[in-house]
Design a protein around this ligand. Structure first.
Ligand code: KET
Length: 461
């Protein structure tokens, strides 16, 4: 409830004679409080000098604490507020051109022109999303001739990009496998833990990154997956592991599949970078296709934020590869049932773009070329940064891990205070886990970045 209280410093209290039926209260620019009252038979105009009107509001949300800034998206907010000319945003994984400008793919513009020409309507989509998109996205992931698709064993539902698709799958796990646990890699994309926490799905971590080798702790990973309760969901990054940029080799993927099979675990893939790791859509789908071929039931969340640059269109999908078409039908019906009260049905624009690009052989091949260009630019930047670091750093430190990492990011190994030094002293905005987005770096800025990294690494504990 809101109430208005007056305190006056003037000696004489103001008495209103008569009963005004209207009372207007205002505060002038000078701070004087001005009360005017109008009665039906008389007018009173009262000025209370040097009076202060204090609005006392007692909110029912008084106990709501300020949320901390998001560890990734909060970095972009801080970057926007920085006025230093040298500033660099290497926080969020978003592709920039060599001029460090956001990039709309040419193929996306062409698809949008086609859509405009067709004059499509804005009717609601079905709960499951755009049918042409769902077909295209499953085929892109698994290959159009995949047996699981042919035998209609894949339940595909359009999601609100990668995040929304993961969240929908998490809600499904919570409802239909309530005692199951999800195992996530240590480290992983920062939002995974939030997603499972909010969906009420218990999770724990498996070892993944080995700081000593700056590589994969494969033994640790296998041991932890083996030790998990049978029937757990194992969250795996399909390619270009975020944040480490370290992926298992094909032989290691086979070994991981062996252990999952032995333990009756279900693989749950997060595929946010298909095409962005190697530049090839098929190569980057290797891990998912391997598990499907081996007969697993598999969850796969897909995103088109990065590979088609559709970040704000929120377009992605959740695919559940099931052991029969009958199960797939039922799983899909339940995913729709979960989606309906959450967001009813998904947005159409991004879905049409993907369906048009993947469904048109010319646009599809143009997309592949553009993706190779984007992946290629990141590889060039990676190489230049490595060269600059190796030339400038006279300590003999081996920086070659940067070249071995894959995808948009480099996991520099800088700790929290070193990462903070990068931002506070050098205006290089990055996440505090030492991850830098090479997609936000230009060749021209590598030299500056190398100086910042060397200073932070050697001069800050
Ligand atoms: N999975 C992974 C591994 C991932 O890196 C992201 C986004 C997503 C899913 C979700 O993307 P979406 O836009 O919902 O399709 N990662 C970048 C952006 C973010 O944090 O939201 C990032 O790590 O910078």
């Amino acid at each position: 409830m809101a109430s208005l209280a007056f305190s006056s410093t003037s000696a004489s209290p103001v008495a209103l004679r008569g009963r005004p039926n209207k009372l207007a209260i205002g505060v002038s620019q000078s701070g004087a409080c001005h009360v005017s009252a109008r009665g039906s038979d008389r007018k009173a105009r009262i000025f209370i000098t040097r009076a202060v009107a204090v609005e006392k509001k007692v909110s029912r949300f008084e106990d709501v604490a300020m949320a901390p800034p998001d560890p990734i998206l909060g970095v972009s907010e801080a970057f926007r507020a920085c006025t230093n000319e040298s500033k660099l945003n290497l926080g969020v994984g978003a592709y920039r051109t060599e001029d460090l400008q956001p990039y709309v793919l040419k193929v996306v513009k062409k698809a949008e022109t086609l859509m405009l020409e067709k004059g499509e309507n804005k009717e609601y989509l079905p709960i499951e999303g755009l049918v042409a998109f769902n077909k295209a996205t499953a085929e892109l992931l698994l290959g159009a001739d995949n047996h699981a698709i042919q035998s209609q064993r894949v339940a595909t539902v359009q999601g609100l990009s990668g995040t929304g698709s993961l969240r929908l799958a998490a809600a499904f796990i919570n409802r239909y496998c309530p005692s199951a646990k999800v195992l996530i890699s240590s480290p992983t994309w920062g939002n995974h833990k939030n997603i499972f926490n909010d969906a009420g799905v218990p999770w724990s971590e498996y070892r993944y990154y080995d700081p000593k080798t700056v590589g994969l702790d494969f033994e640790g990973m296998i041991a932890d997956i083996k030790a998990a309760p049978s029937g757990s969901f194992i969250l795996l990054h399909g390619c270009a592991h975020n944040p480490t940029g370290i992926d298992p080799t094909p032989e290691q993927w086979t070994k991981i599949a062996d252990v999952l099979e032995e333990k009756g675990h279900t693989p749950f893939f997060d595929v946010a970078y298909q095409g962005f790791a190697s530049g090839s859509l098929d190569e980057d789908a290797f891990s998912v296709r391997l598990f499907v071929e081996r007969g697993f039931e598999v969850f796969v969340a897909q995103s088109y934020s990065k590979n088609l640059g559709l970040y704000s269109e929120r377009i992605g999908a959740i695919n559940v590869v099931c052991s029969s078409s009958d199960v797939a039908n039922r799983v899909k019906s339940q995913l729709k049932r979960l989606a309906r009260p959450m967001y009813s049905n998904p947005p159409v624009h991004g879905a049409r773009i993907v369906a048009n690009v993947v469904g048109d052989p010319n646009l599809f091949s143009e997309w592949k070329t553009e993706m190779e260009e984007m992946a290629g630019r990141i590889k060039n930047v990676r190489k230049r940064l490595y060269d600059n670091l190796s030339q400038k750093d006279k300590s003999g430190k081996d920086w070659s891990f940067i070249l071995r990492q894959i995808g948009m990011f480099s996991y520099t190994g800088l700790n929290t205070s070193q990462s903070e030094n990068m931002t506070n002293k050098w205006h290089v905005y990055m996440t505090k886990d030492g991850r830098i987005s090479l997609a936000g770096l230009s060749l021209a800025k590598c030299d500056y970045l190398a100086d910042a990294i060397i200073d932070s690494y050697h001069n800050v504990n």
